[in-house]
Design a protein around this ligand. Structure first.
Ligand SMILES: CC(C)(COP(=O)(O)OP(=O)(O)OC[C@H]1O[C@@H](n2cnc3c(N)ncnc32)[C@H](O)[C@@H]1OP(=O)(O)O)[C@@H](O)C(=O)NCCC(=O)NCCS
Length: 293
């Protein structure tokens, strides 16, 4: 039976180990079968492999890579669990649970007390697995996107300038934390809406303000910067901040603009959909667990 779980038909041991450069193709194959409509591991493989803080692991059964998962430490020191993928033939056999136990072990070893993940609201299995490990639903976000070339309209966005001072970025953004329901999203990574995230993004050139109008926008990418420019937060006159985002995307030849916003910000949704943004099929939910020490 499978590694003491007693809940699968696999007769061989599951082994978890750190991913290696030679796992590139196997990991891509796992993802292409586990999430046929979502593929990004080939593009971030090196980034994940070389992450000095996190953990990128694979599961092997009989010497074959059948699953992978990534443990990432976000700027505020919390853990972000991502890219958990199990080959369909090996699902339901306890491999996801093995990874979760590994996530908790890494968190314990690193002194990390908050862990989070996201899944789409229809993914009962992923949600149920997280709940089994004590995760609770803490926020819901809705996504919409548009090819840059399809954005129309003009506005004066010339007043936007980068906010490079970490404290200024936190002062500008933190008052909006509650209404934006606690997270800032890029590449479906739900960064906690806390001063540490604001500060990191200020130093990375992702926070902009127009001092003349008070408009603010946070945009950029965690990875795959040419594929999409992510609007993680925006406040002020939508025509102006979207115009600014389009300018940034055009200047760097970025294909699409994406935004994830809390459903309670109906004003943002109405504006984006009115501009031709296409909504994602499902809302995403953020789930969180805390280790008590
Ligand atoms: C979601 C996924 C990672 C789970 O991995 P797995 O190896 O199949 O999961 P395991 O067998 O270890 O764990 C199964 C647990 O999930 C939960 N679960 C499974 N099906 C469930 C369902 N329909 N409803 C609620 N919970 C469910 C249960 O807690 C179950 O454990 P239990 O039977 O002991 O209570 C895997 O199915 C997968 O790769 N799916 C496609 C990619 C994906 O959705 N990734 C998630 C991140 S978005």
């Amino acid at each position: 039976m499978l590694n003491g779980e007693g809940d699968g038909a696999v007769t061989e041991e599951i082994t978890l180990r750190r991913a290696l450069p030679r796992d590139r193709e196997a990991v891509a194959r796992v993802e292409s079968q586990a999430t046929p409509n979502l593929s990004y591991l080939p593009q971030v493989f090196d980034l994940f492999l070389n992450d000095p803080q996190g953990d990128f692991s694979v599961a092997e059964v009989g010497g074959r890579v059948v699953a992978c998962a990534k443990f990432t430490v976000l700027p505020d020191g919390s853990a972000w669990l991502e890219a958990l993928r199990v080959l369909p033939d090996y699902q339901g056999l306890g491999i996801g649970k093995r990874f979760y136990r590994n996530f908790f072990a890494i968190a314990e070893d690193s002194g990390i007390s908050t862990l989070r993940m996201y899944t789409n609201i229809a993914n009962e299995k992923s949600k149920g697995l997280a709940e089994r490990f004590g995760f609770q639903w803490v926020a819901t976000y809705r996504g919409a996107q548009i090819p840059t070339a399809e954005i129309s309209g003009t506005a004066d966005s010339t007043g936007f300038q980068p906010v490079t001072d970490p404290r200024r970025a936190a002062d500008l953004l933190m008052p909006h934390c509650e209404e934006w329901t606690g997270f800032l999203v890029m590449n479906r990574t739900f960064f906690p809406f806390v001063p540490a995230t604001c500060a990191r993004w200020a130093t990375k050139g992702k926070v902009y303000e127009d001092p003349g109008t008070g408009d603010v926008i946070v945009l950029g990418a965690r990875f795959m910067p040419k594929q999409a420019l992510h609007i993680a937060f925006a406040e002020g006159e939508p025509a102006r901040w979207l115009h600014f985002a389009r300018r940034v995307a055009r200047a760097s030849d970025i294909e699409r603009i994406q935004c994830m916003y809390p459903p309670r910000r109906a004003d943002v949704e109405v504006f984006l959909l009115g501009k031709g943004f296409q909504p994602d099929a499902y809302d995403c939910i953020v789930m969180e667990a805390t280790i008590q020490r």
